[in-house]
Design a protein around this ligand. Structure first.
Ligand SMILES: Cc1cc2nc3c(=O)[nH]c(=O)nc-3n(C[C@H](O)[C@H](O)[C@H](O)COP(=O)(O)OP(=O)(O)OC[C@H]3O[C@@H](n4cnc5c(N)ncnc54)[C@H](O)[C@@H]3O)c2cc1C
Length: 420
């Protein structure tokens, strides 16, 4: 019997294994995972709710160094639609107002349990506590080394993730492994990650959340804008809006984030509003003024960043220019010296196997029949919102389908010959 080996029991690996076994019940499918259980990261996705896809899939929502190929692959992926696959396998889901798709039960554990059930139904053999360490070409197939032992396979689907979230089992081995297979790797970087910034700019703000619009600049050039909640931490800034911006950071030289706390108003409108409001506090200080407007510590921090003097200063002493300065500061509160925090905090891996190394309709490594790389190992990382799981599931379905078709072209004796 021909054998497909799937390396890594994460989102992509599990779906690839089920799809391969379903497409060809006559071949055996073996799934290897180094953790004691499969799907550990999947359970943590979407804060335990698993945002498994998005209604609007577009190359614009992916970070990659090869947009053109990514667009082609995503177009091909539409023929292996993960949502359609999940629907056919019994998952009911619903979308929120931004098109994020979640299981109807809002539970990641439901998605995993469903997949576990299908692995069993399709007779996929799952081997946990099994660490892959190498691969060699063996005749027309491959010999994979796992827990120090060789395992022969006619086709191999590699789904060992990236470097993000090492606490879930993904320590970057997949990228070394891909390099050993001859893949060219785009430098990996932590993506969808909180950002460090100049500590003075966030002093005393840790734990506070604000809503607003964040814009990432490279010098004077606007790179990207996001609306949402921003969380201050003791090292910098976090929150989904910041995560999205983090994906652009590695290409920039002079990155700076501007936070607009009043995106609904122009600077002039805000200035008028502030001056008008100051009449309510004829003898007040900035502290009194901020009550009912912004979190007290946020208001003071912007005031200080604007260089308007001590907190005790009476508002009545502010000149119109200084009100203008405050309005400007509230619209463009700046955070500099930005850098991603560590891999542990990152949701995904930017960079990875260059897309040009893979066939765009199958994820097969060019020049290596029957060897596939899918999921996060590949240089295409999505925004927050279900884009990464879409990529993981979609790439898995494409590779599984191709692997099964490929095996139909391999002579039956291939596996046996290798063993002799
Ligand atoms: C906290 C968190 C929340 C997230 N939430 C979302 C979300 O809601 N929506 C979304 O779209 N994306 C989300 N993501 C991103 C998404 O989870 C990943 O993009 C996706 O899981 C990638 O799937 P994958 O199968 O390629 O890799 P992984 O899911 O990382 O799976 C790789 C597997 O390979 C195994 N492995 C690694 N090395 C070896 C080895 N040597 N031998 C054997 N096995 C090995 C690992 O243990 C792991 O189980 C989130 C990520 C994190 C960390």
């Amino acid at each position: 019997m021909k054998q497909i080996l799937v390396l890594g029991g994460g989102a992509a690996g599990i779906v690839a294994a089920i799809a391969a076994a379903e497409e060809n019940p006559d071949c055996s499918v073996l799934l290897l995972e180094k953790n004691p259980r499969i799907g550990k990261k999947l359970l943590a996705t979407g804060n335990g709710r698993c945002n498994l896809d998005n209604e609007t899939i577009s190359p614009a929502y992916y970070f990659t160094s090869d947009q053109k190929t990514a667009a082609k692959i995503l177009e091909n992926m539409a023929h292996c639609d993960p949502l359609d696959w999940f629907r056919r396998h019994g998952l009911l889901f619903r979308s929120d107002e931004s098109g994020r798709v979640y299981p109807y039960s809002n539970q990641a554990s439901d998605v995993l349990n469903l997949l576990l059930d299908w692995l069993e139904r399709c007779s996929v053999e799952v081997r946990c506590d099994c660490t892959v360490s190498g691969i060699n070409r063996k005749g027309r197939g491959y010999q994979v080394i796992a827990n120090g032992e060789p395992i022969y396979a006619d086709a191999v689907i590699c789904a060992m993730g990236g470097k993000a979230g090492p606490q879930f089992g993904t320590d970057g081995f997949a990228l070394d492994f891909a390099q050993r297979c001859g893949c060219r790797i785009q430098q990996p970087y932590p993506c969808l990650v909180p950002l460090n910034c100049n500590k003075k700019q966030i002093s005393g703000l840790s734990g506070i959340r604000v809503k607003g619009e964040v814009s990432l600049y490279d010098g004077q050039r606007l790179i990207h804008k996001e609306n949402g909640e921003i969380q201050f931490t003791d090292y910098g800034i976090s929150g989904i809006a910041v995560f999205q911006l983090s994906g652009f950071l590695n290409r920039l030289r002079q990155a700076e984030i501007h936070l607009d706390l009043f995106p609904q108003w122009s600077e002039l409108e805000l200035c008028r509003f502030l001056m008008e409001r100051s009449r309510l506090f004829p003898n007040g200080s900035v502290s009194d003024f901020m009550t009912g407007l912004l979190h007290h510590r946020v208001g003071i921090a912007v005031w200080k960043a604007c260089g308007l003097g001590k907190e005790e200063r009476k508002l009545s002493t502010l000149s119109p220019e200084e009100w203008g300065k405050l309005a400007h500061g509230l619209k463009q509160w700046r955070f500099s010296e930005l850098s991603p925090t560590d891999w542990k905090n990152a949701q995904t891996t930017g960079g990875g196997i260059a897309l040009s190394q893979l066939e765009s309709d199958s994820f097969q490594l060019r020049g290596c029949d029957g060897l596939y790389f899918v999921g996060e190992t590949v240089d295409c990382t999505g925004f927050c919102g279900g884009y990464n799981l879409h990529w993981a599931f979609g790439s898995a379905l494409m590779a599984a389908k191709h692997a099964v078709n490929y095996l139909r072209t391999v002579p039956k004796t291939a596996g046996k010959k290798k063993k002799r």
